[in-house]
Design a protein around this ligand. Structure first.
Ligand code: SF4
Length: 141
């Protein structure tokens, strides 16, 4: 119900976030997440010790603990059936395989399609709340 309200408010005629339908907007928002919020690592299948050590230092914790904070368990990662349908609808038919391969979902904070196995500096624990950052609106201006 709450998800449906959010969808309706953001895009009353077509209930999907613009970034799921516009690759340029998605790419722009993703790059902002990389540049400002350390979204990564580039290849999450590799150990990336430097990446996780940096996150651990920033979060004042251990690398092992930092490794547990991923998009996939971030409070603003949306893999609801409605959102997954939005993502699938926005992909070309041959690209739909990417949804499973990269565990795609939608980041409700930075407004782009992100991978469950990555993370960023603004990872949100389930009980946390967040305030939306300015400059990452979903419009296409
Ligand atoms: S806010 Fe959460 S879902 Fe969004 S990129 Fe950061 S860790 Fe991933």
């Amino acid at each position: 119900m709450a998800t449906e309200i959010i969808f309706a408010l953001r895009n009353p005629d077509q209930r999907c976030p613009m970034a799921t339908k516009n690759v340029e907007l998605n790419t722009r928002n993703r790059q902002v997440a990389i540049d400002r919020y350390g979204y990564g690592p580039m290849n999450p299948n590799r150990p990336n010790p430097d990446f996780w050590a940096e996150k651990a230092k920033m979060w004042n914790t251990t690398p092992d603990e930092a490794l547990s904070a991923r998009c996939g368990n971030c409070a603003v990662f949306d893999q609801s059936p409605e959102m997954m349908q939005c993502i699938m609808n926005g992909l070309e038919a041959e690209d739909t395989r990417a949804v499973d391969k990269t565990e795609l979902g939608y980041c409700e904070m930075h407004h782009f399609k992100c991978a469950a196995s990555r993370t960023c500096n603004t990872w949100v624990a389930e009980e946390e709340e967040y305030e939306e950052e300015e400059g990452e609106e979903e419009d296409e201006s």
